[in-house]
Design a protein around this ligand. Structure first.
Ligand code: B12
Ligand code: SF4
Length: 445
């Protein structure tokens, strides 16, 4: 059996991400390829750098699908099915809205796939594919196959990502994690993670865990195992977990050079509304300074569009972010992803501007009616912030304050500044124009 696994990326997300430069590769499909055993054969296509050929010879097509890519993926899946290929969809969006996704697939994998994906492959080989596969409980993360990174399109130094844990103990109202994964926080054995990292040739890599510091004991053991490997790595953590000095010291010894920290907002009320009061605004400066003191650069997550945000929030955030000496920021628009508490609240209040999922990407469109400003003001403020934050003056001032890994930060900031040039619509334009562009992207693929 020939299996084709696709990492999709619609034209808008691709243009946005490629502009940034500093994009580590997605792991999911290389990981699922690790489960495809001989005599079956597997090929990967990643739309970040490659085109999808709907006529590619294969027996089974697997596509991972997040919400903003859903329309794009559905059109691609329909194209494959018209040509007689079996299509299986999995990932966030089919897990959240399986009934919708089922119209575009021969089978769905709902939720985590460590048990169901091997079963599905076996069923296809025996001609008995079921319409839906769903794990009965949280899969144990033991003895997992290594992702087949050699099959990935060449991504150079950015090819190497790894996952050690699954889940997050928090419940932010805009986050989909609770709806996607079993709530049980799980960990891969440290020696298995270390062996996988040792086998990766690159001197740098990223952990794709949602919250690498979620369990301090586990994190300590992991960092001890990495300490001798002489690799440099980045990871995502919550701000509150960076208060643990010994954990930070162990992370730095193990090669941590950058942490993505979800600050999200400088408004205590916005954080409370997002169920994120574990972020304490008054502690931001101290936490950032603590990371800098360990030689760890801080890439902050910043989100605009919370109900406490008014037209003044953009300048206030710029002042604070500059004062902190943030090394970089991933700036997003608050987006009500399906089935989150935020989505349900806004839907009840009639504040969803669209149900076209392609607009739910948090970068190129405003999908909600803000409480204290117009969608246009939110869009303009978000773009203003990004332009100012990534202006040469602001970059110079922030990096001067930080003084940590300046060269690395200059490259990252330059990448984010480049991404500003993407011509994207600012808020939903009802009607066909943008759909037509997305259609064009699929047809071209
Ligand atoms: C790393 C990461 C990124 C990375 C890489 C993306 C990636 N998918 O690898 C980057 C930074 C690029 C990124 C970007 C974005 N991300 Co992101 N990301 C993640 C994160 C933290 C981990 C993903 C991961 O690698 N998991 C490990 C792999 C092994 O697991 P998995 O992907 O969950 O897959 C499992 C199952 O779902 C299943 N499965 C998945 N797909 C398929 C397909 C088939 C055929 C089968 C059989 C099974 C299957 O099998 C796997 C094993 O169980 C997740 C949160 C999370 N934990 O899922 C968010 C997450 C996927 N991202 C999310 C979002 C919103 C985005 C962005 C839109 C954000 C933005 N505004 O820019 C962009 C979209 C980029 C794009 N290319 O489309 C949301 C998606 C929600 C949704 N409703 O779709 C998530 C869930 C975060 C959240 N907390 O809500 N992201
Ligand atoms: S801390 Fe991050 S991963 Fe955890 S629930 Fe909140 S947004 Fe999601």
């Amino acid at each position: 059996m020939r299996v084709l696994l696709i990492t999709p990326e619609n034209r808008f997300i691709r243009a946005f991400r490629r502009g940034q430069l500093n994009n580590f590769a997605q792991l999911t499909m290389a990981y699922l390829a690790g489960f495809v055993r001989s005599p079956h054969r597997v090929r990967l296509v990643d739309e970040y750098t490659q085109s999808v050929n709907l006529d590619a010879p294969c027996d089974l097509v697997g596509i991972t699908c997040n919400t903003p890519n859903a329309g794009h993926v559905y059109r691609m899946a329909d194209g494959f099915r018209k040509r007689g290929r079996l299509v299986v969809l999995g990932g966030p969006h089919p897990t959240l809205l399986p009934d919708e996704a089922s119209h575009h697939a021969d089978a769905l994998v709902v939720g985590e796939a460590e048990e169901t994906w091997p079963r599905l492959l076996d069923d296809v080989a025996h001609g008995r594919l079921a319409p839906r596969y769903q794990a009965s409980g949280p899969p144990a993360l033991l003895g997992l196959p290594h992702p087949r990174r050699v099959l990935m399109a060449d991504r150079g130094l950015l090819a190497h990502t790894v996952i050690a844990t699954r889940g997050c103990p928090h419940r932010c109202t805009y986050c989909n994690l609770r709806q996607l994964y079993d709530p049980l926080l799980r960990f891969r054995p440290v020696d298995e993670v270390a062996a996988e990292i040792r086998a990766m040739p690159s001197p740098i890599f990223a952990f794709w865990d949602d919250q690498l510091f979620a369990h301090p004991d586990y994190a300590h053991r992991l960092f001890d195992a990495l300490a001798g490997l002489r690799r440099q790595w980045a990871a995502m953590v919550t701000l509150s977990s960076t208060r643990d000095e010994s954990l930070l010291a162990a992370a730095a010894r193990a090669g941590c050079v950058c942490l993505f920290v979800g600050l999200e907002s400088f408004s205590t009320r916005s954080l409370a509304l997002a169920n994120k009061s574990f972020n304490i605004v008054e502690s931001y400066a101290e936490c950032v300074a603590r990371l800098h003191a360990r030689g760890i650069a801080v890439q902050a997550g910043i989100v605009f569009g919370f109900d406490d945000d008014d037209a003044g929030c953009f300048t206030r955030t710029l002042d604070e972010a500059t004062r902190l000496g943030l090394d970089g920021a991933t700036v997003s628009l608050l987006t009500p992803l399906p089935r989150t508490p935020l989505f349900e609240q806004l839907e009840r209040a009639g504040r969803l501007l669209t149900r076209d999922w392609s607009y739910f990407n948090g970068k190129t469109a405003v999908a909600l009616q803000p409480a204290r400003m117009s969608p246009e003001s939110l869009w303009n403020g978000y773009m203003w912030f990004r332009r100012r934050f990534y202006s040469p003056d602001c970059i110079r001032e922030r990096l001067h304050r930080s003084r940590v890994r300046t060269l690395q930060s200059c490259v990252l900031n330059w990448g984010y500044a480049r991404a500003l040039d993407n011509p994207v619509p600012g808020w939903p334009v009802p009607g066909g124009r943008r759909d037509a562009v997305l259609d064009w992207a699929v047809v071209r693929g």
